[in-house]
Each structure stands twice: as structure tokens, then as C-alpha cells.
Design a protein around this ligand. Structure first.
Ligand code: FPP
Length: 232
């Protein structure tokens, strides 16, 4: 039996690393580093909560517009994470998956990403999904274009779209948390969030801790989800 008060798929928009760093007079990249440390711990906490899918928005298709130093720094952080942390993730029983477009990512990073996915593919306790070079609009367009290429004359159904998304087997997010005070989705899980619940907090991502997670999950547990239907 599934427990509806607990999200099966928890998604987090990791926002506020830059502001966290600025407040401390540190370079932005230090904020991203602090954000990465927080994420490492969060994987353990999320697993402990019995959540089956955990996705994070780490780099959007629009983030390429940031200064090249910051983009390069983030790519290095992703490399570091895969090289140094995959064994810990695997030991937790978590499978790493990447979600997004392949274009523009450095070839060595892409290779590492494919390796990490393969290395952890048999882990079944948690799917940890890193959305890197991800955009919801890009995902929908990519799906539509590949369907048209396969069946140029057939009307497209919802099922067609879903089966052509980057990770077709991953269920829609039940709860999407956004840190750092902005009240928007910023092109994350656009199609998949049709019936997601949202939780916004002013806390910057590097300060988001176990208590904050608890608060978000307790809040979710009290929501009534109707999916367009009537009150039970
Ligand atoms: C948004 O904060 C954060 C990002 C664009 C990067 C998030 C990346 C990490 C936490 C590192 C994750 C590493 C892995 C391996 C997934 P911001 O820079 O937009 O903050 P601001 O809005 O305060 O400027």
C-alpha cells in the first residue's frame, strides 16, 4: 500500500547559493560548493524518509547564460561530485540518473555521467536524479520532435509524449520544494508538475537542513490532492 501523505517523488529547485555566498562576502562558487555539501547530506535524509525518487534542478538550459567562470566552476563541481561521491551514493542503495539535454555539456563530463549511471544502475532503494542542462520546454520539444520523426502523420497522445521524455519511467513529482524565496518554477518539470504540490521557503539552499525538510514533508502530509476531481 502506498502512503499518500509521503511524496513518492520529491523534487527540489536548489536556489540561493549565490545569495548565501554574497551575504558572507564569498565568491558565488563558494555558495555552490556549500550547496553541494548540503545535497550530499540530503540524499541520506531523503532515503531515510523512504522517498523513492529524489530529483534536483542543478543546472538549467538557461544557466549557460551565466558568466563563463561560474559555468566552468559548476561543471567542475559536477565532475568532482561524480568522481568522489558515487561510491557513497551506491553504498546508500541509490541509483544516479541524469536528466536533460546532452548538447553543450563537456564530453568528459558526459562520459563520467554515463559511467556513473551504469555503475549504479542496479541500486533500487532510491533514484537520485540530477537535472543538468535540463529545461521543461526543451524536454517537451525534444519529445515532440522524436515522435514526429518516428510517426510523421499520427496525432500525438499524452502517452506518446510521456514515453519520449528523458526519464519515461519516473513518476511525476508529488512535491516540489523551492528554496530562497522565489515563487516560480523556472522551467523545471513543466509537463510533469501539472498536479504537483509546491512548497516555498525563504531559506537559501546551503542552509536547508533536516528540520526544513521535515517542515516541508509535514506540510505536504496535510495537503488534500484532488487531481481535478471532487473532495473525498
Ligand atoms: C541556484 O542558485 C543554484 C544553481 C544554479 C546551481 C545549483 C548547484 C549546486 C547546488 C551544486 C550541485 C552539484 C551537483 C553535483 C548537483 P543561484 O546561483 O541562482 O543563487 P542566487 O539566486 O542566490 O544567485
Amino acid at each position: 500500500m502506498t502512503d499518500e501523505r509521503k511524496p513518492r517523488h520529491l523534487a527540489i529547485i536548489l536556489d540561493g547559493n549565490g545569495r548565501w555566498a554574497r551575504r558572507r562576502n564569498l565568491p558565488r562558487l563558494m555558495g555552490h560548493r556549500a550547496g553541494l555539501r548540503k545535497l550530499e547530506n540530503m540524499v541520506r535524509l531523503v532515503k531515510r524518509e523512504g522517498i523513492r525518487y529524489f530529483s534536483v534542478y542543478a543546472f538549467s538550459t538557461e544557466n549557460w547564460n551565466r558568466p563563463s567562470m561560474e559555468v566552468a566552476g559548476l561543471m567542475s563541481l559536477f565532475r568532482y561530485y561524480i568522481r568522489r561521491k558515487v561510491d557513497e551514493i551506491k553504498a546508500e542503495g541509490a541509483r544516479i540518473r541524469f536528466c536533460g539535454r546532452n548538447d553543450r555539456l563537456p564530453p568528459d563530463l558526459l562520459q563520467q555521467m554515463r559511467w556513473a549511471e551504469d555503475y549504479t544502475k542496479d541500486e533500487k532503494i532510491l533514484d537520485f536524479i540530477l537535472c543538468i542542462n535540463y529545461g521543461g520546454r526543451a524536454e517537451i520539444l525534444d519529445a515532440v520532435n522524436s515522435i514526429i520523426a518516428e510517426h510523421p502523420d499520427k496525432p500525438i497522445t499524452e502517452q506518446d509524449l510521456r514515453s519520449h521524455f528523458y526519464l519515461p519511467d519516473v513518476p511525476d513529482p508529488d512535491l516540489i520544494i523551492r528554496t530562497s524565496g522565489e515563487l516560480r518554477l523556472s522551467n523545471f518539470w513543466l509537463w510533469e508538475s501539472a498536479y504537483s504540490e509546491y512548497y516555498f521557503t525563504d531559506i537559501h539552499w546551503p542552509d536547508f537542513d533536516e528540520n526544513e525538510l521535515r517542515r516541508a514533508l509535514d506540510d505536504f502530509a496535510g495537503r488534500e490532492r484532488r487531481y481535478g476531481g471532487l473532495k473525498k
